[in-house]
Design a protein around this ligand. Structure first.
Ligand code: KG4
Ligand code: ZN
Length: 371
């Protein structure tokens, strides 16, 4: 039984993981709080993590025990002594935000004399596509009707796209726990591009989901926007030029924003440009590396066009596609716990209880030679 904490950015999350099953995955999102400022304010994020961590942990312990939400704090909940290990994200992320979850987990591990696993946030994302909803039944004594379960029996080498408000990267997962960075964004992340374009259009933060919804009724061929780095064979991304071209487009034709049909066309055209780049480069990387599987995770993986286009392109190319479940695309502790469990299963040593958080922590020391 593993307890996992995640607090690297603006989600406070606590999960209970047992033998591949996610028994609880509580998440407190701070989106509404930061919306007023148009982006994540680190000091506010830290305060909210402090405020939310214990209530979320208590609720997770109750959920994992199958107790109803209505029971009081501590009643019928799993006891901390039942855990075999404690895990927390130790980087990369906002320094103070990371410290809240990491220090709490280290203190618990110290008090309980249990191993502590400091988890790399992006590595955890790599494992979220292997976690899927499944009906309960196999787990005696577990009351939930539907559970998330990680299934690594069909795991295979893959190219993984991690795409969110803070990151856009391609990783070659050669084997379980063996990763190589293929490419990264050289400027804005794809989610940042969605949010900044949405802001130019006057949509509230974070605008990505709203832009996606409007795009569903628009014509993706209405306006032609650049597909940055699409033709270049390396695996890096760049999205700031696309955002700038939308800014100039709206400077020259501000009246577009007065016509709801044209707004939907604009959303669809921008979305098509971003998604074309993400899908083309991801599928091309898989073909070049000769792997038969593609995975994707991170907040932008909720994007409908991205999910559809990845599915179409992978089917065309004969690639297996695993997308993170929509409930696990954004940051969560379930993926942190599942990765810690894989580390335990593969007999990797635990981390030091004194381990410092690492706000800038590369996912892998080097890129794949020749890629
Ligand atoms: O994983 P996440 O919570 O990461 C960060 O905080 O970095 O992802 C949030 C990002 C935001 O930029 C948000 O606009 C974007 O994911 N996002 C979407 C969609 N849903 C979330 N972008 C485009 N289409 C969506 N449906
Ligand atoms: Zn993330």
């Amino acid at each position: 039984m593993l307890l996992a904490l995640e607090s690297s950015c603006d989600e406070t999350s606590v999960a209970v993981v047992h033998n591949g099953f996610v028994l609880a995955n509580g998440v407190a999102s701070q989106i509404k709080l930061h919306a007023e400022y148009g982006g994540v304010v680190p000091e506010l994020a830290t305060r909210e993590h402090l405020r939310n961590l214990l209530p979320i942990a208590r609720a997770a312990l109750r959920t994992a025990s199958g107790a109803p939400e209505s029971v009081g704090a501590g009643q019928s909940a799993l006891a901390l002594a039942q855990f075999d290990a404690i895990a927390a994200t130790t980087g990369p992320g906002l320094p103070q935000a990371l410290m809240i979850g990491a220090r709490a987990a280290q203190a618990m591990a110290f008090a309980l004399r249990k191993p502590f696993f400091g988890i790399h946030h992006h590595e955890a994302h790599l494992y979220s596509p292997w976690i899927a909803p499944e009906a309960a039944g196999g787990q005696p004594g577990i009351a939930q009707t539907s559970l998330l379960r990680a299934d690594f029996s069909r795991f295979q080498p893959n190219v993984s796209l991690i795409v969110s408000g803070g990151h856009t990267m391609l990783v070659f997962v050669e084997a379980e726990l063996k990763h190589h960075l293929l490419g990264n964004t050289v400027d804005d992340a794809a989610g940042e591009c969605f949010d900044k374009v949405a802001k130019l259009m006057g949509l509230p933060y974070p605008g990505g989901p709203k832009l996606d919804a409007l795009a569903e009724q628009g014509d993706p061929r209405a306006f032609d926007f650049p597909r940055p780095m699409l033709r270049e064979l390396h695996h890096d991304f760049s999205f700031s030029g696309l955002k700038t071209s939308v800014r100039y487009f709206l400077r020259d034709q501000p009246f577009i924003l007065d016509d709801p049909d044209r707004v939907r066309d604009l959303c669809a055209s921008v979305r098509a440009a971003i998604v074309d780049v993400l899908v083309t480069k991801t599928v091309r990387a898989a073909k070049r590396l000769g792997v038969a599987c593609v995975t994707a995770s991170g907040g932008v993986t909720c994007n409908r066009a991205l999910r559809r286009q990845l599915a179409e392109s992978c089917a065309e190319q004969g690639l297996l596609l695993r997308l993170a479940d929509k409930s696990l695309c954004t940051d969560n502790a379930a993926m942190v716990g599942i990765l810690a469990e894989r580390k335990l299963k593969h007999h990797l040593p635990p981390s030091s209880l004194d381990e410092e958080v690492k706000p800038s922590w590369p996912i892998a020391p080097s890129r794949v030679p020749g890629m």
